[in-house]
Design a protein around this ligand. Sequence first.
Ligand code: DC
Length: 233
Amino acid sequence: MTTATPDQLIVTIDGPAGSGKSTLARRLAARLGLDFLDTGAMYRAVAAKAIERGIDIAEEPYYVVELARNCPLRFDWQTDPPRLYARGSDVTDRLRDSDVAGLVSDVAAIGAVRSVLVENQRRIGVEHPRLVTEGRDQGSIVFPHAAVKFYLDASPAVRATRRAEQLREMGKPVQLQNIRQNIIERDRKDSSRPDGPLICPDDAIRIDTSDMTLDAVLDLLEQNVRVKVGTRV
Ligand code: DC
C-alpha cells in the first residue's frame, strides 16, 4: 500500500552508512513515542541467513530470493531496540559482523529481494502506523506518503569513525581503514543500483551531520517533526 492510512504517522530517515540514522531514528522514536524500524537489519538478516546456508550470492542470486521469500522476519517490539528473528531464530547478534557487512550490499541490490522486504516494511507500517523508519529508500519508495522525511549525510571519514565507535561499544574487532573502505564501497553500490537506490527524495529535509553532535541533530529532527505534524505527536 503506497497511500497513507488515516492513522499513519510515518517519519522516514534515509542516508548512507554511518550517517547516524539508526541511533537517531531510535532516539527520535523514543522522544516522540513512536515505534522504530531498522530496515537495514532486514537486509542484513537475509545476508546472514545466506551465509549460514552457504549460498554463493554472486553465482546463485535466485537462492537468495527464495530464501527472502521463505524466511519470515519478525521483530520483537517489546525489546529496545527490537530484536530480529529470521524463521524463528534470533539473528540480532550476527547483524553487525564483518562477513555480513561485506555481503549485505550485494543482497540489497537484488531487485526481487527488495520487493519482498519492501512489501514486508509496508505491512509493518500498517501494523505499526506510528513509526520512525530508517534505511535508503524509505522516503522514496516504501513510504512516499510519509508525514516527514529526512535525509542525513556526513563525510566518509566521519561516518567511518562513528561506525568504528559503534563496533567498539559492541565489543567487535575494529580496523578503521577497512571500515572506511567498506563504507565507500557500500555507498557506491547502494547509490548505483537500479532498484531502490540511495537518493535524497525531493521533499526530504537534508541535514549534513558531519560537524554536529548527535544531540543537536536529534533536537533538529524533533523540532521539524513537531512543526510539521503539530499535535499528532
Ligand atoms: O543501514 P545499514 O548499514 O544497516 O544497511 C545495510 C545494507 O542494506 C546497506 O548496504 C544498504 C542496504 N539497505 C537498503 O538497500 N535499503 C534499506 N532500506 C536499508 C538498507
